[in-house]
Design a protein around this ligand. Structure first.
Ligand code: SF4
Length: 332
């Protein structure tokens, strides 16, 4: 791990079985980053509490999500990646409290994501919701991560983290590492409705662990170019979500599909059949690995426990440095 470019930290809320949007937007990037960086990935179960009502699902959704991540190639055993559950390193909550004292409220309420959340859940604007970007900052700086993969829309959060770090270091000395953004393209994947972002809650998703028949059924329901109401009418691939997914799963066929769609040589049914087949083929090795892992649930929890131990070792050290720099009295 020593020769790597730096240390990456990233987490995601537990959402259960992952879908194509999760895979194309985050998981494959997580997998690729392991080649060049020391990676620390976590299941953000505490963050989930800011918006989640069904807390009884958190355990199951954590397990299912981690199963997908591991089967997709996040590799604690081979690549040394630290994979753990956020609440298993309670130091993060302590650092969150400390950093919250350094964060003016206005920095949080001005964030566009906060305003969006207030609009989305006006009846549940809780204290944790306002402060979750501070918890996010703690998630990063607790491990002295220097690199954070972010999409452009998350840039304000990382900038906030950097401001908090600068403020801390200005007051108490150079203890914390100011994380740098690694801007990553997170393609927005639309659901099978062709309208909204793919999401489990909208039930417009295709799970990556689906069997080929389930994939086929979902793909066949996909909305295509709305103007192509009959087989003989030429289509417009640029407005068709089936075509977008072909771009990821049928790279050798996209040019031909583009041409055949515009000249009505191919019908949407055949086009979708090809996509369903290619998605199913793409994830065939993944399904095999997932099925094998699922026979050993204890191993999944052991991997997470080991990840928490390793994360905790770093976290305890950093938290001790933070407390000492502030001047909090040591335990005797
Ligand atoms: S042929 Fe394919 S790309 Fe063209 S509109 Fe139909 S599904 Fe979309």
């Amino acid at each position: 791990m020593g020769a790597k470019k730096g240390r990456v930290v990233s987490g995601a809320r537990p959402t259960g079985r992952q879908h194509l949007g999760n895979y194309l937007g985050a998981i494959r990037n997580y997998v690729a980053l392991q080649e060049e960086y020391e990676c620390i990935y976590f299941v953000a179960d505490l963050h989930a509490l800011t918006t989640l009502k069904d807390t009884d699902k958190i355990r199951e959704w954590t397990y299912e999500m981690v199963l997908d991540w591991l089967a997709a190639g996040i590799d604690p055993e081979g690549k040394g990646t630290i994979l753990f559950i956020q609440s298993h390193t309670p130091q993060v909550s302590e650092l969150h409290t400390i950093l919250s004292m350094l964060t003016p409220l206005g920095w949080l309420t001005r964030l566009p994501t906060f305003k969006e959340k207030v609009r989305a859940q006006p009846d549940n604007v809780n204290y944790g919701l306002v402060g979750y970007p501070v918890l996010m900052t703690a998630d990063i700086v607790l491990y002295k991560a220097d690199t954070v993969p972010v999409g452009k829309d998350q840039a304000p959060h990382l900038e906030l983290a950097r401001e908090i770090v600068r403020r801390f270091n200005h007051h108490f000395g150079e203890v914390l590492v100011e994380p740098q953004a690694k801007y990553t393209e997170f393609p927005k994947i639309l659901g099978i409705d062709g309208q909204q972002k793919m999401s489990k809650s909208l039930n417009n998703h295709i799970e990556i662990a689906s069997e080929p028949e389930e994939i086929r059924q979902r793909v066949m329901r996909m909305v295509t170019d709305p103007q192509r109401t009959h087989r003989h009418i030429p289509g417009r691939p640029e407005v068709c979500n089936v075509f977008t997914l072909h771009g990821f799963f049928s790279p050798d066929h996209v040019a031909q599909i583009d041409q055949d769609c515009r000249t009505a040589k191919i019908g949407c049914v055949d086009c979708k059949r090809l996509l369903a087949q290619n998605i199913a083929d793409y994830f065939a090795p993944f399904r095999e690995r997932r099925a094998a892992l699922a026979t050993e649930p204890d191993r999944i929890w052991d991997i997470l426990a080991d990840g928490a131990r390793r994360a905790s070792a770093i976290a305890s050290q950093v938290l001790a440095e933070v407390k000492e720099a502030i001047g909090l009295p040591p335990v005797r």
